[in-house]
Write a protein that binds this ligand. Sequence first.
Ligand code: SF4
Length: 91
Amino acid sequence: MPHVVTTTCVDHKYQECVAVCPVDAFREAETYLVIDPEECIDCGACAPECPVDAIFSDMDIPEDEEHWIERNADESIDAEVAEGESPVLAD
Ligand code: SF4
């Protein structure tokens, strides 16, 4: 039951979430982050840290964002672990 990064992260890539994740579950995509569902322990710490409300539990993700569940899983496979040091694109 992982958490999932969704549309509003795209072209923002704020990284407050990375700092609070206890298991280093965030991965780098080019213009956003994704969460590796194999690593996420569903603690919920990241969601309230996101300034654009991009992170949801896969149990209460909005219907029009559900495609991001698969996208997080697929794109996290070969992606680098996010360190929270990438440029914030929205600034
Ligand atoms: S829910 Fe917890 S474990 Fe999962 S990505 Fe967020 S902070 Fe990390």
